[in-house]
Design a binder for this molecule. Structure first.
Ligand code: SF4
Length: 381
């Protein structure tokens, strides 16, 4: 992929409300009050029109509702957003229209799919009720499995999402949970390692000593186990934390981030990226964080567009590109940004067996995947 073919365009919609705030969460989230849901949906619509003027006529490859808890959105508002996006840009024939679903809202999934969604990510997180309570989730394992079953009966493309490396979780516990989910024959699995982020309730528990994350080597064993069990179940690790039964089941929207595509981000705190240095500059934008500020902002002309420097763009592309199995295309990186990877770092990472290089491609080895961020930071120009 070393020619400058037009990048695919995606649309991310951030719905910032949650029924309650999980103690590990550091996303831009607010406890749902419901009062301004309609106003927020109106703001999303207004924001899209502003972005259409920036992108010009292009076609959307994907739309993704994330959050927050977008399964709390009114189905009518989801339909309005999808219809507006289609009217403004048009949709590719196989466009992915995805939404992250909380099992607590499983009764709403049929309406959400009727609104136009064709891919659901079901946030199971765990199959252990005590662990779910500890994670602050408002559903139990049964509800998670029910939600998964409902989702699979409604759409062909479904992801089960799990969190591992939790306080008190043993390797055998994780093996049991993961095996149970894989035994259901899911076609996509996202398995994220729990990280304790500053400013969260879990960070305070860590400080007090009431939360003890698993030691690094146990977390690494859990990662290895995940790779082995998913592969044995016929799912390929197309990204560090994401596994799919063949290319059709990969998340097209997330791939757009990893491959440095273009995306518009709407909703409170949403980020976007459009263009490249070679194409005249890569625009970066972050929407106002608080819902009230975002709603007010959506009524004004779009402001706050920044151009990343070519170096910043190259650094982002290295960080994201290394996460996927096919790796980073150096020739493409050079063509887009004029920058290359750090040759000296590459030589030492190669000698340490953390990356492989073939032709213009650079990929993480199995060992390298354990240290993906560190490796990417070393390789970045
Ligand atoms: S439901 Fe998701 S987005 Fe909302 S607080 Fe919990 S982890 Fe964060």
């Amino acid at each position: 992929m070393s020619t400058l073919a037009p990048a695919p365009l995606g649309l991310y919609i951030h719905w910032p409300y949650c029924a309650r705030i999980c103690p590990y969460c550091d996303f831009n989230v607010y406890k749902a009050k419901g009062a301004d849901s309609a106003a927020l949906a109106d703001a999303l619509i207004a924001d899209m029109a502003r972005w259409r003027a920036v992108t010009g006529p292009r076609t959307l490859a994907s739309i993704h509702f994330g959050g927050g808890t977008p399964s709390l959105m009114e189905a009518g508002d989801i339909a309005r957003v999808l219809e507006t996006a289609e009217a403004l840009w048009g949709l590719e024939a196989e466009a992915e229209l995805g939404l992250e679903a909380n099992p607590a809202e499983r009764a709403r999934l049929a309406d959400i799919v009727a609104a136009g969604i064709n891919r659901l990510s079901v946030g199971l997180q765990s199959l252990d009720d005590a662990a779910l309570a500890r994670l602050g989730r408002d559903h139990d394992a049964r509800a998670g499995l029910d939600a998964l079953e409902i989702a699979r009966s409604l759409v062909a493309r479904v992801s089960a999402d799990l969190i591992y490396a939790r306080h008190g979780q043993s390797l055998a516990d994780w093996e049991g949970e993961l095996s149970a989910v894989l035994a259901l024959g899911v076609d996509h699995l996202s398995a994220y390692q729990l990280t304790i982020e500053d400013g969260t309730a879990f960070a305070r528990q860590l400080q007090r000593g009431t939360l003890v994350p698993p030691p690094e080597d146990l977390a690494a064993d859990m990662f290895e186990l995940t790779q082995g069990l998913t592969r044995a179940a016929g799912l390929e690790a197309y990204e560090i934390s994401n596994h799919a039964r063949g290319p059709d089941h990969r998340s097209r929207h997330n791939r757009l981030y990893w491959t440095g595509g273009d995306w518009i981000g709407i909703g409170p705190g949403a980020h976007g990226r459009i263009g490249s240095h070679a194409g005249g500059g890569r625009i970066a934008h972050a929407a106002p964080l608080r819902p009230a500020d975002y709603i007010a902002d959506s009524l004004r002309p779009l402001a706050g567009l920044q151009h990343l420097s070519a170096l910043e763009e190259a650094q982002e592309r290295v960080l994201m590109g290394l996460r996927i199995a096919e790796g980073l295309d150096r020739a493409h990186l050079r063509a887009l940004t004029g920058h290359d990877i750090d040759e000296e770092a590459a030589a030492s990472l190669l000698a340490d067996g953390l990356i492989v290089m073939d032709g213009s491609g650079i990929r993480l080895t199995r060992q390298g995947r354990l240290y993906a961020d560190r490796v990417a930071n070393m390789l970045a120009p």
